[in-house]
Ligand binder design. Sequence first.
Ligand code: AMP
Length: 174
Amino acid sequence: MKDLKDFIRDVPDFPKKGIIFKDITTLLREPAGLTEAVNQIYEIVKDKGITKVAGIESRGFILGGILAEKLHAGFIPIRKPGKLPSEVYAESYELEYGTDRIEMHVDAINPGDVVLLHDDLLATGGTAQAACKLIEKAGGTIAHISFIIDLTFLNGAEKLSGYEISSLIQYDGE
Ligand code: AMP
């Protein structure tokens, strides 16, 4: 079995100059890579009583959906603005330049739900922090936040302090 890191492709200057994009499509396309990543996260979260998995658009939907089914939990999409058809809660968060916003249906999560939040990658942590606020606004409890990749040199975990988080692959520099 290859190291999971060997499945990740670095794409320099995407989507803009200076960013090294961590491409997970090269992991997803390989059955061994996909299965290993799903199973590693499943082992971490399987005994946490999770009732809902919330995935962040769009790469968080892929493993998030698989994990939800494996955990016999429901799946909740957290989306970019204007994509969800019914009434939403919205949260804005700071980017390096400007702000961004994510949304979740107000009836996606019930008070008492135990939630796994999943995204492909943790960078500065702003996206995941905003997603936590949405889930808590709806009355959900966040049991765990899972990422495939953590760019640890950006210290995103600091923004998520107080939450239990995990990542399968870490990069401590570009
Ligand atoms: P952040 O809010 O800074 O933690 O950014 C996390 C979000 O941006 C995730 O949804 C990632 O998919 C995406 N992202 C940020 N940086 C990268 C990168 N270097 N490679 C791939 N995706 C990234």
